[in-house]
Design a protein around this ligand. Structure first.
Ligand code: NAG
Ligand code: NAG
Ligand code: NAG
Ligand code: NAG
Ligand code: NAG
Ligand code: NAG
Length: 464
């Protein structure tokens, strides 16, 4: 290359880099103006909010407001939970669910012992999100395993949950009672089944104020009944129906309304109150065993249980990278609760300490900046700072070998790779825009959520 040509190339390069830095400056100014406008918005008059933007290109915080203020993060907390799962368990971690029997089988196929389902926390067991995890597929697999050993009858089904020491509390302390029983607030156990959800089929009445008809159920857990207090709502109000059903309870309430223009046989999701009974009951039905055959749920290693059990099947879940994928994409709260329970068991820690331990030991974040009550962000009692989230998101992009799995799991919303969060009067987003890492959390805004959401998206658009 001649020296004249070299000089020309150099000039072009320098010009390009000047243009680029000017563009950056313009983008920053655009953001600052948008932020000034944003903070004057009447929807934020009584709100507590924070934003942190870190740019890896400069290695600096480029903008922050209230970056050390602890706020309720809603589901944007799932970014940290996902990182915790991939860090401590690894992308290839798989849950194992074991089918066993005790006793002897006679020549008529009668087992003088029990069938055992031994859980290890698999959140995907029976889930419709993978072909191989579907309820029908797992049941077929187990039926085949039982029949191929020649077992036709047995004394009962035992669900062994002893893998997790504390099973009496299946719903995190911080979940609010309001609507506990809705599909998104389901508890978790060492044995989860069909994402611990069932469907309730409803049809609106003929006039506003009329009772809503309870048409029926799909996959109703055993022994659960409901008092239906739902009324028909005005046109356009849609699904304002809530399910109230506590963990381990057998009676629940349907409250709220369903818009008069909702379709017939409209379905809403309910939370299964005891997933261990749910799966054992389905196995009993599929084997056409009598309803009076006992189901026993064992929470701790019971002295009475036979030590000698024969294994019929060992099923392994999809790898952790795929579980985290659906966890972030669909924001499945139960997966988050299972993930922190799994890590807590591995670290011999308490579930409420898992996230803060990770933030402190792996990212040097002040322990007091992270105070969590669950793994999903559903509890309004969770607190975290945007600066803590940004440090985690930045560090894992720079260092974590599993980062590609994490990045792929984050949804693309409004053209941005980010995790959203929403609970009552809380909206939040955390993610990546080019070299920038950002987190924004708004608590206690007033007015319409959809309008607030659009305003945040407009603000984030100035970072693109
Ligand atoms: C300022 O915010 C309002 C909404 O609060 C919006 O309608 C308007 O477009 C914004 N202006 C700028 C310059 O961002
Ligand atoms: C972040 O910056 C460092 C240092 O300049 C660089 O090595 C790294 O590749 C950057 N990471 C990303 C994701 O751009
Ligand atoms: C980072 O920010 C500090 C304080 O605002 C500033 O002094 C420093 O020059 C910045 N560093 C870079 C690389 O931009
Ligand atoms: C899952 O099953 C469907 C229907 O049988 C099939 O079309 C699809 O390719 C399967 N997906 C995978 C990932 O195996
Ligand atoms: C609603 O479900 C009921 C019961 O399964 C059925 O008889 C009826 O045909 C369904 N109606 C509609 C409109 O799908
Ligand atoms: C787990 O922690 C408990 C209480 O913090 C302690 O008593 C126990 O010895 C620990 N177990 C192991 C295996 O470290």
């Amino acid at each position: 290359m001649g020296s004249r040509l070299k000089r020309q190339c150099l000039t072009v390069l320098i010009t390009l880099s000047i243009i680029k830095s000017q563009t950056n400056a313009i983008e920053n100014a655009k953001f600052t103006a948008a932020w000034d406008n944003f903070t004057k918005d009447p929807q934020l008059l009584h709100a507590a909010y924070s934003i942190t933007i870190f740019d890896n290109a400069t290695g600096n915080i480029t903008f922050s407001f209230n970056r050390d203020l602890g706020l309720s993060p809603a589901s944007t907390m799932k970014t940290v939970t996902g990182a915790v799962a991939l860090h401590y368990l690894g992308t290839d971690y798989r849950y194992k669910t074991i089918l066993q029997y005790s006793g002897n089988i006679n020549s008529f196929g009668i087992l003088n012992g029990y069938i055992y389902i031994v859980g290890s926390g698999d959140p995907s067991l029976g889930s419709w999100r993978w072909n191989e995890t579907k309820g029908e597929v797992i049941m077929e697999r187990w039926l085949k395993a039982i029949r191929s050993r020649g077992i036709k009858e047995c004394r009962g089904v035992v669900v062994d949950l002893s893998a997790w020491p504390d099973q009496t509390q299946t719903v995190p302390d911080g979940y609010p009672w309001g609507g506990l029983g809705n599909y998104y607030a389901t508890g978790s156990s060492a044995l989860n089944w069909r994402e611990n959800q069932f469907r309730i089929i409803l049809s609106p009445g003929a006039s506003v104020g009329d009772p809503v008809t309870l048409v029926g159920f799909e996959n109703l857990p055993p022994s659960v009944t409901f008092t239906n207090e739902l009324v028909t709502g005005s046109p356009g109000t849609g699904d304002l129906a809530d399910v109230y059903l506590g963990s381990d309870c057998t009676h629940g309430y349907l409250r709220g309304s369903l818009g008069i223009d909702s379709p017939q046989n409209f379905s809403i999701g309910g939370a299964v109150p005891n997933s261990a009974l749910f799966v054992a009951d389905e196995l009993r039905q599929r084997m056409q065993w009598s309803k009076s055959m006992p189901i026993k749920v064992v929470y701790r290693n019971d002295e009475d249980l036979p030590k000698l059990r024969m294994t019929l099947d060992m099923y392994e879940s999809p790898p952790m990278s795929e579980i985290v994928y659906w966890f972030e994409q669909i924001s499945i709260n139960m997966y988050g609760e299972v993930l922190i329970k799994t890590v807590a068991k591995k670290l011999n820690s308490s579930i409420n300490r898992v996230l803060s331990t990770y933030c402190t030991s792996e990212h040097g974040i002040e322990q007091t900046a992270v105070a969590t009550r669950d793994g999903s962000g559903l509890s309004p009692q969770n607190r975290i700072t945007t600066w803590a989230i940004v440090r985690v998101l930045h560090n894992i992009r720079e260092r974590a070998p599993w980062f590609p799995s994490f990045e792929r799991a984050l949804p693309i919303i409004n053209g941005i790779r980010m995790k959203s969060g929403f609970i009552s009067n809380v909206l939040s987003y955390s993610g990546y825009i080019h070299s920038q890492v950002f987190s924004i959390i708004i608590n206690n805004y007033n007015g319409a959520t959809s309008v607030m959401r659009q305003k945040i998206w407009n603000l984030l658009n100035t970072l693109k």
